[in-house]
Design a protein around this ligand. Sequence first.
Ligand SMILES: C[S@@+](CC[C@H](N)C(=O)[O-])C[C@H]1O[C@@H](n2cnc3c(N)ncnc32)[C@H](O)[C@@H]1O
Length: 231
Amino acid sequence: MADWISFWNGSHAIYVNDRHKAVHYRAIARDLAGYVPGPQARVLDFGCGEALASAELAGRCGRLVLSDAAPAVRERLSERFADVPSIEVMAPEEVSALPDGSFDLIICNSVAQYLSRDLLAQLVAEWHRLLAPGGRLLIADIIPPHVSALADAAALLKLAAREKFLLSAVVGLARTAVSPYRKLRAELGLTTYEEAEILALLRNAGLDARRVRPNVGHNQQRMAFIGERTA
Ligand SMILES: C[S@@+](CC[C@H](N)C(=O)[O-])C[C@H]1O[C@@H](n2cnc3c(N)ncnc32)[C@H](O)[C@@H]1O
């Protein structure tokens, strides 16, 4: 059976055009920048995908580890950042092998929906271990159960109208309706969470948790949370 990692590992068209992709990553870069605690910070971007905002993020911290489960994604990132000593690309297993307290900020944006509940709980426990005291986990773009694919489409159209790619967005949405993404979403579903569930998950792992607004990126029906390691 197909799975999400194979989907992300293959070629896919989740952006309606280049402008959409550029607008998406610009918004992410802007939103994430505010969470980097300082120029020496060690940052992990887990499930980083194409990581188009990484150059900007790397410029604001001391070390940036990009990790993604899809080998083809990692290969492209390794090539792209071969000459940037402050950026390292790692498989999730390599991240798991890092010593305690390796990071000051861990970012997990728009990934939780592709993970099982059990895997997210395991990862949050691991991230607690990997955070230095005072370090923070930013887990964002969490989909609440009441936010449907239709609501996601409406959020995209609103963004497209503001950023002047509305026509491409309408065409792109029609294309997405018959795309492998939609087929897989119907088959496997996306994992959704209530606000209280994420807060409990972070607190059970020993993190000091709160919801933060705005969410990272354009879709404000989705949620963002900070989990801080206090000791
Ligand atoms: C929607 S993309 C998000 C990319 C990026 N974080 C962003 O905000 O644009 C989801 C990414 O999560 C990755 N992913 C899915 N399951 C994963 C797992 N178990 N471990 C690590 N990465 C995973 C996928 O390969 C994909 O690149």
